[in-house]
Design a protein around this ligand. Structure first.
Ligand code: ATP
Length: 216
């Protein structure tokens, strides 16, 4: 059984992340999901929450699930964290034959060709794309290089993930949850509660540490 990787800023982690990971395990027949909070993501704005807080919130959110594993390597790096480097490291750890599956939401996939060394991602891992409310996964709307990549690599059956260690794109269904970290930060900054959008333990951590109170 393969290992999934879920990267993100998790600023903060919320229920859509948790359902995405849980449903990926079931739909794709994976052994575990490795959660990798980004340290200093190079391709987007600096996260509002400090890396140590984002790490602690993911730790609280996944506590008690033995199939969810926290990987702090990107947070501990001083330099910008690139997914391709994380996957190179994981590939060395797991060996050449192990199936690695990078989980991404449809919005993240649509921007994949802006990632550092994005083509190399497919030498290191499969990519499994989760639908996200409000984001179309129509290959016709992808950039030409990404659309070509989709045509070459898309497989309709998740079974392919076991047959090879890397190289395919699959889609998997998830319960549509229109939750975003942006929405949660905005609610807190407006003095409103984001409860029920994220685990209580994460909300407690946010309140205890006074996070996201400044306007986004
Ligand atoms: P922000 O609002 O700050 O951009 P976010 O809620 O999109 O944050 P990220 O940490 O950027 O959260 O997301 C990590 C991964 O989870 C990405 O691949 C993203 O596409 C996916 N994801 C986040 N929210 C959802 C959602 N509601 N449905 C499906 N996928 C999601």
């Amino acid at each position: 059984m393969g290992t999934a990787v879920l990267g993100g800023t998790f600023d903060p982690v919320h229920y859509a992340h948790l359902r995405l990971a849980e449903e990926a395990l079931l739909a794709l027949g994976l052994a575990a999901v490795r959660w990798i909070p980004a340290g200093q993501p190079p391709h987007r704005a600096t996260p509002k929450g400090a890396a140590a807080h984002r790490l602690a919130m993911v730790r609280a959110a996944i506590a008690g699930n033995p199939r969810f594993i926290l990987d702090a390597a990107e947070v501990e790096r001083q330099e910008p964290s690139y997914t391709v480097e994380t996957l190179r490291r994981l590939r060395i750890e797991t060996g050449a034959e192990h199936s690695i599956v990078l989980l991404v939401g449809a919005d993240a996939f649509a921007a994949l060709d802006t990632w550092y060394c994005w083509r190399e991602l497919f030498e290191l891992a499969h990519i499994a794309v989760a639908q996200r409310p409000g984001v179309s996964l129509d290959p016709g709307r992808l950039s030409p290089p990404l659309a070509a990549c989709w045509r070459e690599r898309f497989a309709p059956e998740a079974r392919v993930l076991e047959a090879r260690p890397a190289g395919h794109i699959v889609e998997f269904p998830t319960t549509p949850l229109a939750i975003s970290a942006t929405q949660i930060r905005a609610l807190i900054a407006a003095g409103r509660s984001p409860r029920y959008l994220l685990p209580e333990s994460v909300l407690d951590y946010i309140q205890d540490n006074g996070l996201y109170r400044a306007p986004c």
